[in-house]
Design a protein around this ligand. Structure first.
Ligand SMILES: *Cc1c(COP(=O)(O)O)cnc(C)c1O
Length: 496
């Protein structure tokens, strides 16, 4: 199985290990598999009897052909161990009627990024060996909160890799700051910067583009790598849980082999929903994809009109992981629907003018599979409250956006016999303050962000997930705050 860039019509090929090490293609495009491997009904039947790690190893094996099954099984077993995902990696919970929640947040940071970031570092560590790389890898991350913590947990104590995370000192929540400052592991470093998230992001990008830095790091035996969500090594593991959800519907007697399911995904960078689409291309019987957005509804507009226009206001919402105006992974869908040449042209137009319009055939092809819906802040808060009151289900702010969009879609279609699987991407406790406030429609406010966790327990009788328990009592290991201009010095210092 080889890979190629979404922008390269000459189809230059790369191995999976190269793709995972490189992250982004040299022409700025994203890597996609040259063909999509098949998932037959027989495959699905067998997978249904397997544990989650085995399901993951078998499906990843179809894409990462330069990794042995033993390597993948060993990595998946370690990544999705009971100790990291108590209660299972991706349980499917029935909510009401034909609606299910696929809970992807039982991992070590209580958000769905763990599903990919627990396994991807292990794949990268092996990729260094497979590509004959003699240097070690240094992962640099700029974070506004969630990704940094998930990356730290994923990369901690992984062989031949160090990770350094920068966050804006006043730009993350108190809970997020505590989560990062108390990070364990011998190969991790966390640094607050004076500045905002853009300063952190720009600082990291500059280091990546700086030839002198590359040289200095090379002398110290390091190459730079990123934990970015456009890396195929983060996307491939996300295919697994959609297959797993189908198996669970089969095992529960909710469907028969070959029956369809619908999927609704709270979307930011379009990675998670694209992984579901790959599952369909492999042969998983998925009828339709609902792309759920918050007030930053650029994807809703794109799917409805065919025009992607980032020249618009940016809204800070209570579902911050979906506050995005450039959904990078959409480029992969464009490539599959429009080919490399047109994809390059769309991306150039996006870069130059912030806008592109796809051709009518592309729009029609995408519309056969995808519909866009969105929920504004008020609707999201109402959805949290009504789901708890009516169905006893406590959803986080991102999941609530998707639940609302799934409802809108269901009321727009005639055939309600197909199960709807809604991807649930974070524990409600990760966004405890907003969830707590939504439950009373703003009538009762949390005392403070940390107290909101306990208040949510009192109000709902649910439990705080293990990664968020006792945060205030953990040992703080990282207290450094630097000027963002000093980021390169801090990096070199760390790699001494
Ligand atoms: C990252 C994230 C999303 C968005 O997923 P994409 O793959 O970027 O579309 C949704 N919800 C939560 C909680 C996230 O952390």
């Amino acid at each position: 199985m080889m890979y190629q860039s979404t922008r390269d019509a000459s189809h230059k090929k790369y191995s999976a290990a190269e793709v995972i090490k490189m992250g982004l293609a040299p022409d700025g495009g994203l890597f996609i598999p040259e063909t999509i491997p098949a998932l037959t009904a027989d495959d699905i039947s067998t997978l249904c009897n397997d544990s989650y790690p085995v399901r993951a190893a078998k499906i990843l094996g179809k894409f990462l052909s330069d990794y042995t099954y033993e390597e993948l099984l060993s990595d998946c077993t370690a990544a999705y161990a009971e100790s990291s995902f108590p209660g299972g990696a991706a349980p499917l919970v029935h909510l009401h009627d034909n609606v299910y929640s696929l809970e992807l947040w039982h991992g070590p940071t209580a958000a769905f990024k763990d599903m990919a970031l627990q396994i991807m570092p292990r794949l990268l560590s092996r990729a260094l060996v497979k590509t004959g790389e003699e240097r070690n890898a240094l992962i640099l991350v700029a974070t506004s909160g969630d990704t940094g913590k998930a990356a730290l947990e994923g990369y901690k104590d992984i062989d031949r890799i160090k990770i350094m995370v920068f966050y804006p000192v006043d730009g993350v929540s108190r809970v997020q700051k505590l989560q990062m400052a108390t990070q364990t592991g011998n190969n991790v470093n966390v640094c607050a910067i004076h500045g905002n998230f853009d300063d952190a992001q720009t600082g990291v990008k500059k280091i990546f583009g700086d030839a002198d830095m590359a040289k200095a790091l090379n002398e110290r035996g390091y190459i730079l790598s990123s934990a970015n969500s456009i890396n195929w090594g983060r996307l491939a593991p996300q295919i697994v849980y959609y297959v797993s959800a189908y198996c669970d519907l089969l095992a529960g007697g909710k469907i028969k082999m070959g029956d369809l399911m619908d999927v609704c995904v709270p979307t930011g960078n379009f990675g998670n929903i694209f992984a579901a689409y790959i599952a369909k291309l492999m042969g998983l019987p998925i009828r339709h994809f609902v792309c759920a957005s918050n007030q930053n509804n650029i994807l809703t507009d794109f799917l409805r009109t065919g025009t992607y226009d980032r020249n618009r206001d940016f809204h800070l919402t209570m579902s911050p992981s979906m506050d995005i105006l450039i959904s990078s992974n959409l480029e992969r869908l464009l490539c599959l629907s429009a080919g490399e040449e047109r994809t390059s042209a769309y991306m150039e137009s996006l870069k130059a003018d912030g806008v592109y319009t796809v051709d009518a055939d592309v729009k029609a092809a995408i519309a056969q599979n995808f519909s866009g819906y969105f929920a504004d802040e008020q609707t999201t808060a109402e959805t949290i409250r009504t789901y708890f009151e009516k169905h006893g289900y406590l959803a986080d702010t991102h999941t609530a956006v998707a639940l609302s969009c799934a409802e809108q879609y269901i009321s727009d279609i005639a055939d309600h016999s197909v199960p709807m699987v809604v991807a649930s991407t974070a524990s409600p406790y990760k966004f405890a303050a907003d969830v707590f406030t939504s439950l009373s429609d703003g009538a009762v406010l949390p005392r403070d962000p940390l107290a909101a966790l306990d208040q949510l327990v009192e109000a709902t009788g649910t439990e705080i997930p293990y990664p968020l328990r006792g945060l205030g009592e953990r040992e703080v290991r990282f207290t450094q705050t630097i000027d963002y201009k000093d980021m390169p010095i801090a990096v070199l210092d760390y790699c001494k």
